[in-house]
Design a protein around this ligand. Structure first.
Ligand SMILES: Nc1ncnc2c1ncn2[C@@H]1O[C@H](COP(=O)(O)OP(=O)(O)OP(=O)(O)O)[C@@H](O)[C@H]1O
Length: 313
């Protein structure tokens, strides 16, 4: 896709995203920030129309760039409509975690993120696909979806009491969860059956190193990574937690890691609960995963070396 100074933006604001709820940022304030940056933008802050319809409307708009003003769930939903198309995706990190925005090195400050859109470069990143649906981070099967459902339940209740209750619930749930038997059939490796507490199929590999907890530098490696957690005793839990702090969680004995361009996961259950880039959903089995290399164009900070001297975003 060619970059032009006159690119048009269509912004989809998700009013339920973490930072929007916390700061009360509105469609009107985004309109003002875009105008101040000298950018032409339509801002959709509709809270009545179903989200899926707003996404379809964005994909059908005449804008060159669709802007996800929200968190990772909002970004993934838009990516599903834009992957493989000639429209690019931009991100205003208004979610809670904003994992992809961090992986891409975007500014967390909204006026700065908008100003950057003017000089942004295009990066083509891989997307994951499961049963025909696009995701950008990971799909998790097993105990984790229940935890995500609990997180959703306490959304917006920022008291220490509710957070402590959530941590207690999470710990108990993790310890008590039964392992499930599943068949893992990677395209690039041997098929096997495992009993696992959780399996995550990630779009490219998670980084290893101190302070790198679920971050990814390589978003165009062309591979899925299958992380299988076979047990989670208190000892495993402590080791994994310490490994996260020390940057070596991927070496935990309870964790195995496989790499493949595609994988099929089978279960005796017809329907499994999954965490789909942070959203809890039910998917029919078997789960057919594949990677689609470079399928999504995303606006990112320009390469500082490519800018004229003194012009730093
Ligand atoms: N495809 C979708 N359809 C309907 N609602 C969605 C969709 N994706 C996300 N949501 C909902 O929108 C709200 C905001 O989700 P989003 O993931 O964008 O922000 P967040 O959870 O605050 O941030 P992050 O995922 O970065 O932590 C949540 O209530 C989520 O359930």
């Amino acid at each position: 896709m060619e970059l032009s100074a006159a690119r048009r933006f269509h912004v989809v604001l998700n009013a339920n995203s973490g930072t929007v709820l916390a700061t009360g940022i509105s469609a009107q304030s985004l309109v003002e920030h875009f105008a101040a940056a000298g950018l032409e933008a339509v801002v959709d802050g509709d809270t009545k129309m179903p989200f899926a319809e707003r996404i379809a409307r964005a994909a059908q708009s005449d804008a060159d760039v669709i802007v996800a003003a929200g968190g990772d769930g909002t970004i993934t939903a838009l990516a599903g409509a834009l992957a493989g198309s000639d429209k690019a995706l931009a991100i205003l990190p208004l979610g809670t975690v904003n994992a992809l925005a961090k992986d891409l090195g975007l500014p967390m400050d909204i006026p700065q993120a908008i100003a950057l859109l003017k000089s942004a470069a295009i990066r083509r990143i891989d997307v994951g696909e499961v049963n025909g649906r696009i995701y950008l981070h990971k799909v998790v099967i097993g105990v984790i979806p229940a935890l995500a459902a609990a997180r959703e339940h306490i959304r917006g209740q920022g008291t220490w009491g509710s957070k402590a209750a959530f941590m207690r619930f999470m710990f108990n749930r993790l310890m008590r969860a039964r392992r499930m038997a599943i068949a893992i059939e990677p395209e690039d490796g041997p098929s096997h059956i495992v009993r696992a507490k959780a399996v995550a199929v990630a779009c490219n590999a998670y980084d290893q190193g101190i302070g790198k907890i679920f971050s990814r530098q390589n978003l165009e490696g062309g591979s899925l990574y299958i992380y299988t957690l076979s047990s989670l005793t208190i000892v495993d839990f402590v080791r994994l937690s310490a490994g996260m702090l020390l940057g070596n969680w991927q070496d935990a004995a309870a964790l195995s890691i496989e790499k493949s361009r595609a994988v099929t996961i089978r279960s005796h259950k017809k329907l499994v609960k999954v965490m789909f880039d942070g959203e809890v959903e039910s998917l029919h089995t078997p789960l057919d995963f594949r990677i689609r290399p470079a399928a999504l164009s995303v606006l990112v900070p320009p390469d500082p070396d490519a800018l004229p001297e003194g012009n730093v975003p």
